[in-house]
Design a protein around this ligand. Sequence first.
Ligand code: ADP
Ligand code: ADP
Length: 224
Amino acid sequence: MNLTISNVSKTYPNGVRALQGISLTVPAGLYGLLGPNGAGKSTLMRILATLQEPDEGSIQLAGLDVLGQKEKVRETLGYLPQEFGVYPKAKAEDLLDYFAVLKGITQRAARREVVEALLRQTNLWDVRRQQLGGFSGGMKQRFGVAVALLGNPKLLIVDEPTAGLDPAERVRFLNLLSELGENSVVILSTHIVEDVAELCTNMAIINQGQILLEAEPLRAIERI
Ligand code: ADP
Ligand code: ADP
């Protein structure tokens, strides 16, 4: 199961050429998309998440045409945007349960099971009855992952998730993504080299809307 991106381009109405013929093959595992601010990472992440249309190109996920079969792809997609906001007064367990209902998990017993499993997986079980407003940055990001994992996505897209995390939280968060990469495609966009070097199984470097290099992290570092 993998994700294939072919010749994807996007120019914004103001003339900024955010993506210029991006082609990538992303295998199962944790995949790092590394690039500086303005490189086009968020644009590509939003296109993969079917939230934005490219001007041209095609994207395949496990036999599905991502641009042509949006509804179907959304059923199997998890997306943690760069700015994930949640209602601060809500308790983690209640809000996750609420999102589970929205995701179509209507049966109460099934929902309780899914919510518990996700809270445990993201290490939030002990704080499940606390309000999100009191969570640290890392806890909020892990909650975002729990929400993104509802419905068991084949593809998880995480846009610049480690910005603002302290070192311990960052490592914990990357370990979580790395575990998730054992069963699905997880794409992590970041401008932090260490995020990619430590745990990603494959990576690409993007700059000014173009892929500069596609490799396994160790090989890439040898070539720099
Ligand atoms: P990154 O996530 O790597 O920082 P972005 O995809 O956000 O890169 O941005 C790529 C380029 O496109 C930047 O020059 C940015 O200013 C521009 N851009 C992003 N979103 C828009 C938009 N909605 N309208 C116009 N330009 C945009
Ligand atoms: P990033 O870190 O991904 O580059 P930005 O702070 O550049 O994020 O962008 C935040 C939001 O503003 C995004 O929704 C992006 O599409 C939009 N945006 C970025 N650059 C521009 C721009 N030049 N014109 C209009 N919208 C923009």
